[in-house]
Design a protein around this ligand. Sequence first.
Ligand code: NAP
Length: 411
Amino acid sequence: MSENLSRNELIEAIKNTRKSFDTDNPTIPFIEGDGIGVDIWPASQKVFDAAVSKAYSNNRRINWLEVLAGQKAYDFTSEWLPEATLDSFDEYGIGIKGPLTTPVGGGIRSINVSIRQKLDLYVCLRPIRWFQGVETPTKNPGDVNISLFRENTEDVYAGKELEMNSEQVKKLNNFLKSEFSWDIREDSGIGIKPISKTASERLIRSALNYAVENNKKNVAIVHKGNIMKFTEGAFRAWGYDLVKNEFSDVAVSWEDCNGQPGDKILVQDVIADAFLQQILIKPQEFEVIATTNLNGDYASDALAAQIGGIGISPGGNINYENGKSVFEATHGTAPKYAGHNKANPGSLILSGEMMFRYMGWNEAAELIIKSMEKSIFEGNVTYDLARGRNDATTLSTEDFAKSLVENIEGF
Ligand code: NAP
């Protein structure tokens, strides 16, 4: 499939992806995950199976296929990310994973980044919303309801670095001095971050399409273009061009409508540092965000903190052009809790909810959301969400999942 589809081609591609899950018994590969993976995966799987069984009166069922990555893969195969795992995600077009240890000093920089890059999953989608009952450090967490689209393949993910005083850095420094008259201090490390028109457009196009499909009223392009004009600034400019060239029937930039978009989606841009202030002061003004890799990293974690927890923040890595996707818990392996039946499985469960929605299995997704809302509101939660509440019952990982399953069966 072409690297850069037009808006209509992309909508067709998304429809075709949904058709490919149009079976009652899809096979979905999963990675259990390291550390607390042994606790949170089995708990999550029970919730997924209960939601599917209830939503479709036992007429649909997932065939879960375990594939290996991380420590478990290394122990069995001496590889951190076996080719067979990538092949399975590629073949079935979808997958879900628990957290993975980043091997220290191994040949692989990060297993998570490798999965995203090898499958070209160019969108990292992080929906961020508050669940009533979760303690937060902010006053009005209910005002946060944001879908953040973070570019997932370049910027610092494709960044190159050279170490201070290395032969290569000296060579590059000499070249920059002679060819460009760039005077860089000699004792510098040098990093390069590429941001391309192709990758920027496909990311921003996905965010705009999502806004159209989900009746959102605004999209913000977040960048640091005031300082980095030809990377971050270009990301902003390519975004506005895209609005004009492909979305003018449904969206308009602030500049072109003076802030009065009528019934169109309002597209504006915000400089990254101002954005981090504005999500604290007026988060209700943001619905969909399209941003570069590093800005997206900072912003998604800041937003997760704002709604009270890494334990309940889900994520999806998606290529909307070929339909491939891998959904994942966004926290790490929390090794000190591994095997203690204590960690919150919420992030993985909500990643499954995203996966079902992506498949078009909205009924199962709704049941998961409703059961999560009920248990958290009633204070039946794991230790992390019980902290700071005096009306909560602290449940184990397994019992929290049981409470969700009971809710689902009772709806
Ligand atoms: P972490 O595993 O996310 O844990 C940091 C803290 O976050 C935990 O001690 C715990 O805080 C809280 N936490 C995380 N997950 C939780 C859950 N499910 N339920 C309740 N609390 C949870 O971060 P880390 O210690 O920096 O990283 C450990 C390993 O994970 C590293 O190897 C890192 O590379 C890897 N990692 C993987 C991913 C991924 O696979 N996507 C992401 C990040 C890090 P309290 O103790 O305060 O309760």
